[in-house]
Ligand binder design. Sequence first.
Ligand SMILES: [Zn+2]
Length: 163
Amino acid sequence: MKLIIDGMLGKLARWLRMMGHDVEYPNSRDDSELLTIAKKERRILLTRDFQLYQQAIAKEIDSFYVEGQTEEQRLSELAMRFGISLEIDMATSRCPKCNTQVKPISKEKVAGRVEKSTFEHYTEFWECPKCGQVYWQGAHWTRIRETLKTAEQHLQKQKKGSV
Ligand SMILES: [Zn+2]
């Protein structure tokens, strides 16, 4: 999915990139610029600004008004609306910082670029070819998996119509 996200939803932008979606997240908070990019690049606009949402709809831009308060709720709303899967596949995952698809990198190549303990504990690493950030499925992945699991539970409830 190609998306553009307004300035209030930076955390969601990072999640969606990790989940493999092409997400623009302009630094500028200029609404007309967001709308122009969305239109030109045929991106779906995600926003928490109802006025901006209405402007987008008036310009025939595909837009989604995000209501959820937590990341889990927001992700499940998007899964419900767009049918995206609530998982991260490293084969398609994008750099949360710069939106570039990450590539596997051999362990030898990250020597000296990550903490020694990280290097010793993990065997699989990925690198962003654009910004050079190295990724691995470290301790923080427990939280990532929990968030996705909770989002999936919200989704199942929504599907049953109990929310
Ligand atoms: Zn990057």
